[in-house]
Design a protein around this ligand. Structure first.
Ligand code: 6MZ
Length: 366
């Protein structure tokens, strides 16, 4: 059993839908909460109970995020959680990570969206357990962080390596001006690994049209866009989002037949978060999850964690869950993992290096 788990962990993987503040280690969150409890800012016993709870409705998840943001939103903590989240993904052989986070402003502690993001980048630079390649221009000749053979990456003899790219999230509670500020920041930070924009937040709140001017501007300027789409039933919004032709969508739990027709004919890749969908009740059980239909229709899809901390999962765990629920073998799962490379927002050179990494892994296993 343990060897089986090791196999899934050693398989190279690509993670494209991971929210920074949803991917924090429980131990770190509890440590921060305890410190704030001692200062009298929060009541630790109440918070501990909420953090340790496992089954949450979608609305409860967003209440938890409000609490998490109170606990984590200062520059030093943002740097620490970024470092740990990257190390955790790398430790299970995620070789390319698109990490998304909502730039936050908090005047009372002198935090601007920009300084929040600088703290994130500081976290990427602080990682020492693995080699992190996060800025595209590092890919030039003689780049010390270029991938060697995948055997080096996976056999533990040399430092693991991971590519990290950033997506800046717009929260559905924000205004058009907030969203525009986020897009402008993303453009300014392209040389620090920012490759796209995500629209997320409580799907029962706000109207996505509020963000359309900012999303259009992002697209004009060459940023890629992924939208949380159909996480709750909202047929009109789903239709309009699909017509916008985002480069990817997340979740797609409440698509109706005509939405699928549309998404399939446009070949819009879907980020699938199995555990998240089941835990939040968006999908009632694995046997009715749309992964099965999409997989058999050969529609582009990518297995992702969403919030590995909140839902106590890992990307290896999501691969195991998909394989066991849909009767897929390791060969099919490696193929699925390799296909994800085609839907990343990074450049062609990065894709080429990642394909090489997968192929030499496949050779090693055959
Ligand atoms: C929609 C989600 C989400 O940005 O502070 N987020 N948005 N659906 C989900 N499914 C469960 N999970 C996370 O990370 C936390 C933020 O990501 C979004 C929410 O806006 C949440 O506040 P950051 O790093």
């Amino acid at each position: 059993m343990e060897r089986e788990m090791e196999w899934w962990i050693s398989m190279p993987k690509v993670e494209l839908h991971a929210h920074l503040n949803g991917s924090i280690r429980d131990s770190t969150l509890l440590e921060f909460a305890k410190a704030l409890g001692e200062k009298g800012v929060i009541l630790f016993s109440d918070v501990e109970h909420v953090i340790r709870k496992n089954d949450r409705s979608l609305n409860e998840v967003f209440k938890l995020f409000d609490l998490i943001h109170i606990i984590t939103t200062d520059h030093t903590k943002v740097t620490r959680i970024t470092k740990e989240v990257v190390e955790d993904f790398a430790s299970e052989n995620v070789i390319y990570l698109e990490l998304r986070t909502t730039p936050k402003r908090n005047d009372s502690i002198g935090m601007s969206k920009r300084s929040y993001m600088e703290a994130v980048v500081k976290g990427l630079r602080a990682v020492d357990a693995v080699d992190v390649n996060f800025a595209p221009h590092y890919l030039g000749e003689g780049n010390p962080l270029k991938f060697g053979p995948v055997s080096d990456i996976c056999n533990g003899t040399t430092k693991r390596k991971i590519f990290v790219r950033l997506l800046l999230s717009i929260d559905r509670r924000e205004t058009t001006a907030d969203a525009m500020e986020t897009v402008k920041l993303a453009l300014e930070m392209r040389d620090q690994g920012v490759v796209g924009i995500d629209l997320s937040g409580n799907p029962t709140v706000g109207d996505w049209m509020t963000f359309l001017p900012a999303l259009k501007f992002a697209r004009e300027q060459g940023l890629s866009i992924t939208l949380h789409c159909g996480e709750v039933p909202n047929p009109k919004e789903i239709q309009a989002m699909l017509e916008f032709l985002p480069e990817r969508v997340g979740h797609a739990c409440f698509f109706k037949e005509d939405h699928w027709e549309n998404a399939k004919s446009s070949k819009i890749p879907v980020e699938i978060c199995l555990t998240s969908n089941i835990r939040t009740g968006s999908i009632s059980s694995m046997d009715v999850h749309h992964f099965g239909d999409l997989y058999h229709a050969k529609h582009p899809l990518i297995l992702c964690t969403d919030d590995s901390g909140i839902f106590s999962t890992s990307l290896s765990g999501e691969y195991i869950l998909a394989a066991s629920s849909f009767g897929l073998g390791k060969k099919e799962m490696v193929e699925l993992g390799r296909n994800a490379i085609e839907f990343i927002f990074a450049d062609d050179e990065t894709k080429r290096v990642l394909r090489e990494a997968f192929d030499s892994a496949a050779e090693r296993w055959s």
